[in-house]
Design a binder for this molecule. Sequence first.
Ligand SMILES: CC(=O)SCCNC(=O)CCNC(=O)[C@H](O)C(C)(C)COP(=O)(O)OP(=O)(O)OC[C@H]1O[C@@H](n2cnc3c(N)ncnc32)[C@H](O)[C@@H]1OP(=O)(O)O
Length: 465
Amino acid sequence: MALKQKGTDAAADPKKRRRVGFSGIDAGVEANECMKVFLARNPDEAGSEDCTSIQPFDLNHFFGEDGKIYGYKNLKINVWISAISFHGYADISFEETSDGGKGITDLKPVLQSIFGENLVEKEEFLQIFSKECEYIRDVVTNGNAIKHEGTNESDPTVEIVRVELQGAAAFLYSRLVPLVLLLVEGSTPIDIGEHGWEMLLVVKKTTQESVPKFQLLGFAAVHNFYHYPESTRLRISQILVLPPHQGEGHGLRLLEAINSIALSENIYDVTIEDPSDYLQYVRSSIDCLRLLTFDPIKPALSAMVSSLKETNLSKRTCSLRMVPPADLTETVRQKLKINRKQFLRCWEILVCLSLDSEDRKSMDNFRACIYDRTKGEILGGATGTNGKRLVQMPSSVNEEESFAVFWTQDCEDADDQTVEQQPEDLKTQEEQLNELVDNQMEEIVGVAKNVASRGKDKLAELLAR
Ligand SMILES: CC(=O)SCCNC(=O)CCNC(=O)[C@H](O)C(C)(C)COP(=O)(O)OP(=O)(O)OC[C@H]1O[C@@H](n2cnc3c(N)ncnc32)[C@H](O)[C@@H]1OP(=O)(O)O
């Protein structure tokens, strides 16, 4: 790795070290405040801040325990990643360095932990644009274009290509790792040495002269793993649409392509590893639209909707489990490859869509069912705690949504239970639970609205029954 550093190199040579007027102990600077990452499409954009800027979810977590950089005055770290070859080039500048009590952060190993071997000197970075201008074409040459219903509907120049994660494709993945680390929250690089990995690449073809013929817009890393006794499951491990192209329908295309592979190869089902909220939203929207036209679902759905209209759960004298019949869950898995957990999510969305939002009683009953389900999941059943307790945990990410469940050591010990379940504890638990239920209602309604606007005709047909 080569980094071009402006300013003094005082950090390396103690004799040259100059004192900076830090008053007291150095408070440090947050990495999020001084580091920027850009995507450069051509040599002119390399070094310029007028190109696509990437918004990493959090840079601080790469930098030590407190996410801070120490010992620099006016530090600026700019990194450009080539949108053609995915090499990187870093420009680091600062006025002065000085140990203000917390040392001088060594930036090289940190940048290396993000960008690895991809980081090169500026000169090399600029040359690579022409040297590797057909890099993506070379990777997709051995791949298979995935054609399925709806393919290329909106843009015939965009294609999804399926490649095994070996050889050139494995090299491409290793070049994409920095973007994965920066943009996919909580991600770690996948083990490409493991059997069963493949990638789906979203590529844009162009016939224009002087620009690469293939441009990478996004990708999904998918693992095929064994399911007893003789089938395979497809697990989407990482999916990333490059920042300038997010929201253009490519994530949706990738999910649709994976669904079509699962159907054509009679895969057991499709799962997603820790989907982000937005990915889950896109996925549920697609699955609900598929389910709207899936006839076997209709009788069970209308029976569920009738029950919600007729019962009154507000007094909690009766209860209703808002789950689909087990045989329907199995049919949905077999025919649409939607896994059980995902179908349960979609089921709630479809029930919500089928209810009259003006009918207070039905909507209250619906919320009561979501409440019972959530409580059951967290506290281990609506009738007892099963020895589990819900506590709110401090979190830097989102305090409101951070809960932990812990088990009391001996759940049959009645004395322990009495001591722990103080009335004020129960009230806090109740408040936290209600917040969680409100969030879930919001998510359900969000997807329901999207599905309603995109599948008006299908929905009208479903509701007419
Ligand atoms: C397992 C994991 O990898 S989790 C991490 C996921 N990845 C990340 O978070 C990295 C950063 N984000 C991304 O890479 C992307 O934003 C992704 C992958 C999450 C989503 O891909 P995108 O290309 O941005 O989304 P895409 O444009 O395909 O779809 C989203 C929009 O199109 C809508 N849409 C378009 N057509 C349709 C349709 N036919 N049916 C339903 N919805 C549709 C979606 O509902 C959504 O609309 P809205 O946000 O305006 O309400």
